[in-house]
Write a protein that binds this ligand. Structure first.
Ligand SMILES: Nc1nc2c(c(=O)[nH]1)N[C@H]1C(S)=C(S)[C@@H](COP(=O)(O)O)O[C@H]1N2
Ligand SMILES: [Mo]
Length: 394
């Protein structure tokens, strides 16, 4: 089909069908095949501070774009600029590489758990729509400065201006148009926010599933704003008007449903809240009463807030102990998750519960009921795992 060969200004091709998808790790749990949405078994996550790329969750809204020739790639920067500018990958790389260790998390992480209470719309996700990677690329603030958009000078008194990332993938929600999303201009121009235009993931060129050749990585913010396969960046007077910014990824109270939802009444989500999961044991592990187990998991918070404390109960909340936060490898800033563990004697049947607090003393809600929302986003309620003893042999 000629259409499937349509090349965008960036040199990226956007297939209309799913017959040219990249190979994927067979251990991934597939939540939707087309578009491809998958997460690793949750137990794999607590095994390493850096999530190996094959195990990193994959969240897509259309077929994966293709770059046939790296030299043809062009990133356009446009919008309110007096003249659009175009940059090759080599030009972007010549601006100097920075490395940021940052966790990405989908706003739909733990959606399946929320939908058990009452159905929500959206792809089901377990607790592994999150990962921590080493991203290599050029700081967005540096690229914008080159384009003449610097901190302060371009901001209005009321804030308001945004930086929009536009891809080429064909999304149903955008009626076949590309995925796009925006972040506030002050976030994009501030070097301390460490927003990257990444061309490397875990020391390798960005793989196709994760945005080859160039993606935004917006640390501390829901994954939806870290747009993959960048075609262009627009400086806008206002927020992006696309589906994923206006009609999705907003948080509503539990009493709002599809018959009375008013999307324009709510802000689009940027920073994610404090979140955690128990990675092991899982409810599939039967454990003999009196066994010593190591309870392990991840915890993270948005906006660069580190984790201050992780509390664990192995008796359904009757008693609590503080988990040990694991020392993290190498140099990293404030955007990475915290892995934690606690050894305890368990007496199944029992419920393991974990909850955490970030450095701003933000806590997690005890019950999912209090934060149920129609799109099933930001389920950060206390994490509960029911453990059964082995079945008695007859
Ligand atoms: N172009 C494009 N960018 C995108 C998406 C997409 O479907 N298309 N999905 C977003 C969402 S919702 C998430 S959670 C992250 C997932 O990134 P990953 O697949 O590298 O884990 O990418 C974001 N960027
Ligand atoms: Mo997402």
């Amino acid at each position: 089909m000629a259409e499937s060969k349509e090349k965008h200004e960036s040199g990226l091709l956007a297939p209309t069908s799913y017959d040219k998808e990249p190979p994927r790790d067979p251990s991934l749990i597939i939540n939707s095949k087309t578009p491809f949405n998958a997460e690793p078994p949750v137990g794999a996550l607590a095994q390493s501070f850096i999530t190996p790329t094959p195990h990193f969750y994959k969240r897509n809204h259309g077929p994966i774009p293709i770059l046939e020739n790296e030299e043809e790639y062009r990133l356009t920067i446009d919008g309110l600029l007096p003249h659009p500018i175009k940059l090759t990958l080599a030009q972007l790389k010549s601006l100097g590489k920075e490395v940021v260790v940052a966790s990405l998390m989908c706003a739909g992480n733990r959606r399946t758990e929320m939908s058990r209470l009452k159905a929500v719309r959206g792809v089901g996700w377990g607790p592994a729509a999150v990962g921590n990677a080493v991203w290599g690329g050029v700081p967005l603030s540096r690229v914008l400065q080159l384009a003449g958009v610097s901190q302060g000078a371009w901001e209005t008194h009321s804030g308001g201006r945004h930086v929009e990332f536009v891809s080429v993938d064909r999304c149903k929600e955008e009626k076949g148009g590309p995925y796009r999303a925006s972040i506030p201009l002050h976030m994009a121009t501030c070097p301390d926010q460490e927003v990257l235009l990444a061309y490397e993931m875990n020391g390798e060129p960005l793989p196709r599933d994760h945005g080859c050749p160039l993606r935004a990585v917006v640390p501390g913010v829901i994954g939806a704003r870290s747009v993959k396969w960048l075609d262009r960046i627009n400086i806008l007077a206002d927020e992006c008007q696309g589906f994923f910014q206006q009609l999705d990824y907003k948080m509503f109270p539990p009493w709002v449903d599809w018959d009375n939802v008013n999307w324009s009444s709510r802000s689009s989500i940027q920073d994610f809240p404090v979140q955690l999961a128990v990675c092991s044991p899982t409810s599939k592990d039967s454990i003999a009463p009196g066994s010593k187990v190591t309870v392990k998991g991840y915890a993270l918070s948005g906006g660069g807030r580190k984790i201050e404390r992780v509390d664990v109960s192995v008796d359904g909340g009757a008693t609590w102990a503080e988990a040990q936060r694991l020392p993290q490898e190498g140099t990293h800033g404030r955007w990475a998750w915290t892995l934690w563990s606690l050894s305890a004697i368990v007496n199944p049947p029992c419920q393991i519960i974990a909850k955490c607090v970030d450095v701003a003393s933000n806590t997690q809600p005890e019950r999912v009921e209090t934060i149920w929302n129609l799109r099933g986003v930001l389920n950060n309620s206390w994490f509960r795992v029911d453990i059964e003893p082995p079945k008695a042999r007859l």
